[in-house]
Design a protein around this ligand. Structure first.
Ligand SMILES: O=C(O)CCC(=O)C(=O)O
Length: 277
């Protein structure tokens, strides 16, 4: 592996691996994606315009777990991430699904996944895999190096007038900056990374990076994106504030039962997560 890729991921928190997935591998992913949209899980959040589906977000669908684990084991992520992180082991956590359709999907609000999931450590990665060619204007945006900075409170994603409405409250974690408002006043207020991608390219981000954007619009109306999440040796259990001002999470954290015996700071391990390396 080129040392520039490793350096980019460690320092920037994001890197694109061009052409990582072959057309056959991508076709397997797309079939699994379509199945998972039809057979969504208990964490799915869907929006419709009349009867037309506008968006679909799902997380760790238990109905898809075994199939996705078998699929991911056939993809080149295990060895790639072991090298990228310099980790002896790599585990698969679960998937997330993002479908935006009809050209009306607004930006995904800026957030860190670590505000929603009890994760700490350097060895985490989201593999963002879109089935369309994604132009730069519609790409996911990442604040360079933000995985090395503060762990912010999350956004509830619920208030259209307040993109930083605190998820947890209580002042334990700093409130998210209003990055879009700041950028409007000063376009270079943040160092924002984004890349156009082609089918087969994979964007890897550390889930502690501030990321957002990736809107659909008239010129690019539909996006189907699979996110596979992975962790390695340097991954620890770092609980979220409880109780949370917004009542998050309504249905328990992902894998609440499995993680219930982990002490804060313990290695993030449980047999439910498939070991790839
Ligand atoms: O694709 C998107 O719109 C959001 C992606 C995201 O938030 C993630 O990969 O964690």
């Amino acid at each position: 592996m080129k040392s520039t890729l490793r350096k980019a991921f460690l320092e920037d928190g994001a890197v694109v691996i061009k052409g990582l997935l072959s057309p056959d591998q991508l076709a397997l992913c797309q079939a699994a994606f379509d199945w998972a949209v039809e057979n969504h899980g208990p964490n799915a959040f869907r929006m419709f315009d009349g009867t037309v589906q506008q968006s679909h977000v799902d997380n760790a669908n238990p109905r898809a777990k075994e199939h996705l684990e078998n699929l991911v084991a056939k993809l080149p992520f295990g060895n790639l991430l072991a090298e990228l992180w310099n980790s002896n082991h790599v585990w698969y956590f679960a998937e997330e699904i993002f479908l935006k359709a009809g050209g009306k999907g607004s930006r995904t609000l800026w957030h860190q996944d670590t505000s929603y999931l009890p994760w700490a450590g350097m060895h985490w990665a989201n593999a963002w895999i879109s089935f369309e060619s994604v132009p730069k204007e519609n790409a996911l945006e990442v604040i360079r190096g933000s995985h090395l900075g503060p762990r912010y409170d999350g956004t509830t994603f619920l208030d259209p007038n307040d993109p930083t409405q605190p998820l947890h409250g209580g002042g334990l974690w700093p409130r998210l900056p209003d990055i879009e408002a700041e950028r409007k006043l000063k376009p270079d207020a943040y160092e924002v990374l984004s890349w156009p991608t082609e089918p087969g390219d994979v964007l890897l981000i550390h889930p502690g990076t501030l990321h957002g954007g990736a809107p659909v619009d008239e010129a690019f109306p539909d996006r189907h994106t699979f996110v596979f999440r992975f962790f390695g040796d340097d991954a620890t259990f770092n609980p979220l504030p409880q109780p949370s001002a917004s009542g998050y999470p309504r249905q328990g954290f992902l894998f609440t039962e499995e993680l219930s015996n982990l002490e804060p700071g313990a290695p993030f391990r449980h047999p439910t997560f498939r070991q790839l390396v």
